[in-house]
Design a binder for this molecule. Structure first.
Ligand SMILES: C[S@@+](CC[C@H](N)C(=O)[O-])C[C@H]1O[C@@H](n2cnc3c(N)ncnc32)[C@H](O)[C@@H]1O
Length: 186
């Protein structure tokens, strides 16, 4: 209904309907610029992130800031699990959907063009991150309050300040951190 109203209004004020359709954003889609640029996680680091998170059948993985979708696609391909990628940049979402199709996991993987700071990720049992230290810290209260206790969180390269990781490994000069969401706020 909102889309129809938008198109009718656009027609009345003289905006071509095709442009009006483009300007219409899906609910939750974010209009702002990325908080961090796209830098892909190398494949061997992706593999170790999934291992460190202990990904297993039945998990639902969310990659917050999913880039070209490689972490979600790898999780679906290797472990047969459902995975969701959230990215603010529609170009990345297009790439990620292509990659899921090429890998034959389009039925297991979904990419959402949303801002990770407002997106709903409550159903996750595994969360993966490759952001920036201050973005991890900004996201931390939502991880604690919205994820189920026991949900695993892994971050490539950046820690969570005073929230100490339970595990930390090095892979080709990259650090991967691991936490589980506690029953009570740390
Ligand atoms: C460093 S890349 C990591 C990509 C992928 N997770 C990986 O490890 O290969 C960070 C990604 O976060 C996205 N991003 C930045 N700010 C965002 C935000 N507020 N909401 C959703 N995605 C965001 C960028 O577009 C970029 O694709």
């Amino acid at each position: 209904m909102r889309a129809l109203t938008w198109v009718l209004t656009a027609f009345l004020v003289g905006i071509p309907p095709a442009l009006a359709q483009t300007a219409q954003r899906a609910p939750g889609a974010a209009p702002r610029t990325p908080d961090v640029i796209y830098v892909p996680t190398p494949p061997e680091v992706v593999e170790e992130m999934l291992k460190l998170a202990g990904v297993k059948k039945g998990d639902v993985l969310y990659d917050l800031g999913s880039g070209d979708g490689r972490i979600a696609v790898a999780a679906a391909r290797k472990y047969g699990i459902r995975a969701v990628g959230i990215n603010i940049d529609p170009e990345r979402i297009r790439e990620a959907n292509e990659n899921a199709k090429k890998a034959g996991v389009a039925d297991l993987v979904k990419f959402r063009n949303e801002d990770l700071f407002t997106a709903n990720f409550r159903e996750a049992t595994v969360v993966t991150l490759y952001l920036l230290p201050e973005l991890n810290v900004k996201l931390r209260p939502r991880l604690w309050s919205e994820l189920k206790p026991g949900t695993r969180v892994v971050s490539h390269q950046f820690d969570m300040a005073e929230w100490q990781p339970q595990k930390q490994i090095e892979v080709n000069g990259r650090t991967i951190y691991f936490w589980t969401i506690p029953a009570r706020k740390p």
